[in-house]
Structures are given as structure tokens and as C-alpha cells.
Design a protein around this ligand. Structure first.
Ligand code: ADP
Length: 354
């Protein structure tokens, strides 16, 4: 649940409650006035008819066309007032619901923007600070070859992190405007295994195991885009797991002409209420002030957009006893050729460099 300013909410609810009460009061008043007007007209007609006919009985009066016309008009007006009241109440309820929904969305977006600003500041500042430290150390101290090697590696890693951040930002902006995948035949099993190998090289403390079930037919897909998908999911699986646990990358072709890829970890898991939100741009579970992992909340947004562009889908499932499974399903037969091919591919290629 998104928290907004409670005073503002209370005030809006107060105004709405006042409107409902006022309207109810006006409706009752209208009902009463309508009834009084009916009674007055009835008396009037009765007087006129009695003046014309001295022997007028109640039965003759109540069955007379003058009275029935008057009564029909009165009933119609009653229904009209009731109908108006119902339409008003229903519109008000729908309006309140829409406003509330918009308000919650707005609050969520504001929270994401706050999160993004905090994380981006941190993500930009920390590699810059590390690279600066490395360069200052080079300048001030005489270092052995192994020290130079170690420091250069650290500096390069930080430069890569910075590069990934900037390219992810550019890519996510592009994805929002127009992402047209360049479809070429790909063997997903080979691609996934390659990415497992690359991420494993960077993360020696976690064991990443690749498993392929049967043979995998080639599909048409955007290679740089799908590379980015695998890297993001594998890196997340490592990042949100404790050291010395295993991550599994599994791929198999299903009878229904689809390929299923599962990236499974034994990490911290994702609470149910967060499962939908994590695919939103800049969304990160928890708060920026308490979080210890690095990130911007862009990775899964990019993954989801690329999978959707391949007519596939991605699900988040709980792993037992703990951890998460990201399950991607891609159709084997796809898809429209893209426009803007070269530019799109280059953009994604940039982002997937690790
Ligand atoms: P980032 O990792 O940069 O924060 P992502 O878009 O890749 O951004 O992920 C969004 C959020 O989803 C993460 O902040 C994290 O809270 C959660 N998440 C993603 N992958 C996992 C995972 N394998 N296990 C647990 N939480 C995850």
C-alpha cells in the first residue's frame, strides 16, 4: 500500500462524505415536496370534481381519469428522483474509485522516482569514487606488478558498472519509445550456456549450473536483446543470493512449440505483493535507505520489454524452500521482421557488454 499525505486523504473523504449527506438530504426534501405537491393537487381536483358532482364518492374520485393521470405523474416523478439519486451515487463511487486509483499510482510513481534518484546517485558516485581512488593510488604510491594488476582490475570493473548503468538508462528510454527486435536464427541453449559462463567468471563465489533438457530447435530472435535478458536474470540471481549457494539455468523445448528457460536461485526470494511491481521501471524491493545491494531497478523492466517483443512471457515463481524462479516462455515460431534494425541492435549490444 502506498502511503500518501493522510491529512489530504481525510480532507477528500470528508468532502465526499459531505456531498453524499447533502445529496441525500436534498433527495429526501425533493421526495417530501413532490408528495406535498401531489397531495395539494389531489385536494384541488377533488374540490373541483365535488363542486361539479354533489354525489361524488371516494371510489369514483380515485378511479377518475383526472386522479389517475395525477397519480401516474406523481409516481413517475418519484422514480425519476430515485433514478437520479442512484446515478449520482454510482457516478460518485466510480469517481472516487478512479481518483483513489490515480492517487495511488501517482504515489507509487513518486516513490519510484525517489528510489531512482537515490539509487542512481549512489550508483554514479561509487564507481567514480573508486576509479578516482585507483588513479590517485597510482599517482602517489610505488606499486608492485601484482598490486597494479589488482587495482587496474578493480578500476575496470567499476568503469564497466558505470558503462552498464548509462547504457541501461539509454536502452530503457529507447524501449519505451520503439523497440523493434532484429530477428535472426538463434540457438538459445548455446546463448544461455555462453552467458552462464560469462556471469560465472565474474561471480566465483556462486556456482552457476547450466542444464539443457533434450535438443533445442533454433528460434528467430534478437540476439543482443536475449543476451541482455539472460545476463540480467543471471546477475540478479547471483546478486540476490548468499555466497556459496547455487544458481541454475535450465532450458527445454516443450511439446506446445515453445521453449522454456528457468533461472533459479536459492536467494532472498520476492514477496508475493512485489512480484508484479518488480517489472516496473526503477522499481526495487524495499527502501533505498536500508538496501545493501547495488542496482537501479531497470534490469527487469528491460527483460520484460524484450521478452514481450518476442511474443513471450515471463513469470516469477517461488523456489522451495527459498529463492526465486524466473520462468521465460518463448514461442518457437515467431515473428515479424523489424525496422530500424541496425540501430536497435547496436544499442542493445552496448548494454550487454560485460
Ligand atoms: P536492480 O537489480 O538493479 O535493483 P532489477 O530490475 O533487475 O533491478 O530488479 C528489480 C528488483 O527485483 C530488485 O531490486 C530486487 O529487489 C528484485 N529482484 C530481482 N531479481 C531477484 C532475485 N533473483 N531474487 C530476489 N529479488 C530479486
Amino acid at each position: 500500500m502506498v502511503k500518501g499525505k493522510p491529512q489530504l486523504r481525510l480532507l477528500s473523504y470528508g468532502v465526499i462524505a459531505y456531498m453524499l449527506l447533502a445529496f441525500t438530504w436534498w433527495s429526501i426534501l425533493l421526495f417530501t415536496k413532490n408528495r406535498d405537491a401531489f397531495a395539494a393537487k389531489r385536494e384541488y381536483i377533488h374540490l373541483i370534481m365535488a363542486a361539479q358532482d354533489n354525489e361524488l364518492t371516494d371510489e369514483a374520485f380515485y378511479t377518475s381519469p383526472q386522479y389517475t393521470t395525477l397519480e401516474n405523474a406523481y409516481r413517475r416523478q418519484e422514480w425519476m428522483i430515485l433514478g437520479e439519486a442512484l446515478v449520482f451515487v454510482v457516478s460518485l463511487v466510480i469517481g472516487v474509485w478512479l481518483i483513489n486509483r490515480g492517487y495511488n499510482k501517482e504515489m507509487l510513481a513518486a516513490q519510484q522516482r525517489r528510489n531512482f534518484l537515490l539509487s542512481i546517485t549512489h550508483e554514479l558516485k561509487s564507481p567514480i569514487a573508486s576509479i578516482r581512488l585507483v588513479l590517485e593510488t597510482f599517482r602517489k604510491r610505488k606499486l608492485t606488478d601484482s598490486q597494479v594488476g589488482k587495482l587496474s582490475n578493480n578500476g575496470l570493473k567499476e568503469a564497466e558498472r558505470l558503462n552498464k548503468l548509462v547504457t541501461d538508462l539509454l536502452l530503457s528510454a529507447k524501449l519505451e519509445i520503439a523497440y523493434a527486435p532484429y530477428m535472426e536464427p538463434i540457438n538459445l541453449a548455446i546463448l544461455l550456456e555462453e552467458m552462464v559462463y560469462k556471469v560465472q567468471e565474474k561471480s566465483p563465489k556462486t556456482q552457476i549450473l547450466f542444464h539443457q533438457d533434450g535438443s533445442i530447435p533454433p528460434i528467430k530472435g534478437d540476439k543482443p536483446g536475449l543476451t541482455s535478458v539472460f545476463i540480467n536474470l543471471l546477475e540478479n540471481a547471483v546478486k540476490y543470493s548468499h555466497s556459496h549457494t547455487a544458481v541454475y539455468a535450465h532450458i527445454e523445448a516443450k511439446q506446445d512449440q515453445s521453449i522454456v528457460i528457468e533461472i533459479t536461485d536459492n536467494g532472498i526470494g520476492i514477496p508475493d505483493k512485489e512480484k508484479k511491481l518488480i517489472f516496473e521501471k526503477f522499481y526495487r524491493v524495499g527502501s533505498e535507505n536500508t538496501r545493501t545491494t547495488k542496482g537501479t531497478g531497470l534490469g527487469l523492466y528491460i527483460v520484460n520489454e524484450i521478452i514481450r517483443a518476442h511474443n513471450g512471457n515471463i513469470q516469477v515463481l517461488d523456489n522451495a524452500p527459498n529463492g526465486t524462479i524466473f520462468k521465460i516462455t518463448l514461442p518457437i515460431k515467431h515473428s515479424k521482421p523489424s525496422h530500424n534494425i541496425t540501430q536497435q541492435t547496436q544499442n542493445i549490444e552496448e548494454s550487454t557488454k560485460i
